[in-house]
Design a protein around this ligand. Structure first.
Ligand code: DP6
Length: 336
């Protein structure tokens, strides 16, 4: 039986952006993906979370950006950690997001990666194989129970455990590193278009697409080739090849979403304006490529030397533009 520590553990994780997208589940209960994905983890924005298991607490306490919150997925993750540690101690969880407030930029990936790793460590459970310590090597072989809990929180969250380019497998949710951060000087320029809540959560949207979109099966069947092509381009550091397959993946996902009943139209007119800007930049010879998630914002991948030009071009059509760099994944943070 493990003894659960009273002292807190703090972890910071950056958000990640999928370059080849995850949309659809083979198993909604276990939140197992029907398609794989490959993403780039950013250093910022992200989430810093401190978890303390405290014998004096009668119930879990969760504070998000200074406000007491209730989230069943947070309680479920903590229950899973307690079960793994054979403990009944309740936890205090403090989380701070650096994702701009009300931006509508998903923070669940960085949130569940930081929470999962901090809680796992706070319960003194082994994160991965013996001898690897707290620093996560690029191919860190995470304890499958930890990966499982993080993925149940959010299907895209395990990718934020790893830095740089991370790959998740269809069906199993197995995680591997394709290339660590710092090895390829790229930027993701995030154009925040319109604010406001998403019309459909990813979770509900994925189920609806599977049930009703005539393009869902084609999306799933054509996905493995995109995943392999993207990983190959990442290994070769071929931005043109990566960018082309990345745009193809996001447009196919949105085609599947649009053909869902009721239609999942996440784009706003500013989304199309930003895509026009990116087309124009590309015609001017800049290698820059767009991806969109279940929301109206546009994320543009380019070389670091072109990031200022991309930011300037997107600024007139966006509310805010963030230039983000690759990050190290989930790492120790300063206690909250
Ligand atoms: C469109 O991870 O938010 O951003 O597993 O239901 O929590 P759940 O979904 P979530 O979905 C992310 C979908 C996406 C594409 C991606 O990040 O791969």
């Amino acid at each position: 039986m493990h003894k659960v520590a009273h002292s807190g553990v703090t972890v910071h994780a950056g958000i990640n952006i999928a370059l080849v997208k995850y949309w659809g589940k083979v198993d909604s209960k276990q939140n197992l993906p029907a398609v794989g994905s490959v993403s780039l983890t950013l250093s910022e924005p992200g989430t810093t979370t401190t978890v303390r298991f405290d014998p004096a607490l009668d119930e879990d306490v969760f504070e998000l950006d200074g406000v007491t919150s209730v989230d069943p997925r947070v309680s479920a993750l903590l229950d899973g950690v307690r079960q793994a540690a054979s403990s009944t101690r309740r936890a205090s969880v403090q989380s701070v997001n650096t994702v701009p407030t009300a931006a509508g930029l998903a923070s669940s990936a960085s949130g569940f990666a930081a929470l999962g790793l901090a809680a796992w460590r706070a319960a003194q459970l082994p994160v991965h194989g013996p001898g690897s310590g707290f620093d996560l090597s690029p191919n860190a072989n995470f304890d499958p129970r930890l990966l499982d809990l993080v993925r149940r929180g959010s299907g895209s969250a395990p990718r934020s455990l790893l830095g740089g380019f991370a790959r998740l497998e269809a069906g199993t949710g197995a995680l591997s590193a394709v290339r660590p951060d710092g090895e390829w000087d790229l930027r993701l320029v995030i154009g925040l278009t319109v604010a406001g809540p998403k019309p459909w959560s990813s979770r509900d949207g994925m189920d609806l697409s599977k049930e009703t979109s005539p393009y869902y099966d084609a999306w799933v069947a054509s996905h493995p080739a995109d995943l392999d092509a993207a990983c190959d381009a990442i290994r070769r550091r071929d931005l043109r090849a990566l960018g082309e397959v990345m745009e193809h993946s996001t447009l196919k996902m949105h085609a599947c979403m649009l053909a869902t009943r009721p239609p999942l139209r996440y784009w706003a007119s500013a989304t199309l304006a930003a895509l026009d800007v990116i087309d124009t930049l590309r015609r001017d010879g800049i290698l820059v490529y767009a991806t969109m998630d279940a929301g109206p914002h546009v994320k543009a991948l380019c070389a670091a030397v072109d990031a200022d030009r991309v930011r300037e071009a997107l600024s007139p059509v966006c509310r805010q533009v963030l230039v983000c760099q690759p990050g190290p994944g989930a790492v120790p943070g300063a206690s909250l």
